[in-house]
Design a protein. Structure first.
Length: 295
């Protein structure tokens, strides 16, 4: 019995020694030191806990998911909270817009489970999510650009710039710099681009000299000409694909991977197309698949 305990303890210590920090994982893909594909959990582990909740983030950390994505909103008294929709109707047992309530008021509502039932979880603040994630998981801030400068200050306060990805929707880098002149170099920006935009390549090119930039391509057709340029883009930037819904990945989505048991035609296809990061609503299954194919 004692021998088993010692073996378990040694394994635990070894795992701790070998475990990468979120900062190291991000740095590796920028230095092109790895072919490993990172897994991003869309709104956290929402199949097992309410989306955008602290618990959904903790689940991702416990399951060694690489990236947790979440969204921002602001209350009437100016507090940044985690919320995807423009209202709290779908995800809580309350009704209204986040800006209709003070933080104290909105925290009286409960987040709903995937089946629509109230849980014991409440809407978290940005600060709570950052404290939970610090040094444990890469965070990806999606819908939150309107609070950019404010969030940067909070990331600096928590010393989390280097483990954070901040999403920018189709905005050329020079235009971004006009609005935000002192963007920290250690912050990772993610340019989200739609291939249907005739200026897509030109916009991507504006980020060519910014080292910590990821390119996320959303495509509803897998024959998009922009996809053929991915090897060229990868010379400068890591590539992020989504497997959430068919319209995000040309039909190579999570449900086909899991429900039809066709991961090679979906996640495998995205890997073959050059993905460095795949965002999924099935992060646990995706991580298992990538481990199986040694990616």
């Amino acid at each position: 019995m004692k021998k088993n305990i010692w073996v378990a303890l040694l394994l635990f210590i070894q795992l701790g020694v070998n475990a990468q920090t979120p900062q190291e994982k991000l740095n590796e893909i920028f230095r092109k030191k790895t072919e490993k594909v990172l897994v991003a959990a869309h709104r956290g582990d929402w199949r097992n806990s309410p989306e955008n909740s602290v618990q959904s983030l903790k689940n991702c950390i416990d399951r060694d998911i690489d990236v947790a994505e979440f969204d921002l909103a602001k209350t009437k008294d100016g507090k940044l909270i985690i919320m995807h929709d423009k209202t709290i109707n779908r995800t809580t047992n309350g009704k209204g817009k986040p800006q209709d309530f003070t933080l104290e008021e909105i925290r009286k509502f409960y987040l709903l489970s995937g089946t629509g039932h109230p849980t014991r979880h409440i809407i978290p603040t940005l600060e709570e999510m950052l404290v939970t994630a610090k040094d444990k998981i890469i965070i990806d801030i999606d819908k939150g650009y309107e609070y950019f400068d404010e969030v940067i200050l909070e990331l600096k306060k928590q010393k989390m710039l280097e483990q954070t990805i901040y999403n920018i929707y189709g905005l050329p880098y020079d235009s971004l710099l006009i609005k935000h002149q002192n963007i920290p170099e250690e912050l990772t920006l993610q340019l989200i681009i739609n291939p249907k935009n005739p200026e897509a390549e030109k916009i991507i090119d504006t980020y060519k000299n910014r080292k910590r930039t990821i390119i996320q391509i959303i495509f509803d057709n897998d024959t998009s000409p922009l996809l053929s340029k991915v090897p060229e883009f990868k010379k400068r930037h890591p590539i992020w694909f989504n497997s959430l819904w068919p319209e995000h990945c040309g039909g190579h989505d999570d449900d086909i991977a899991v429900e039809e048991n066709k991961p090679d035609e979906t996640w495998g296809w995205l890997v073959a197309k050059g993905a460095n990061i795949i965002q999924s609503d099935r992060p646990i299954e995706l991580k298992q698949y990538l481990k199986k194919i040694n990616k």
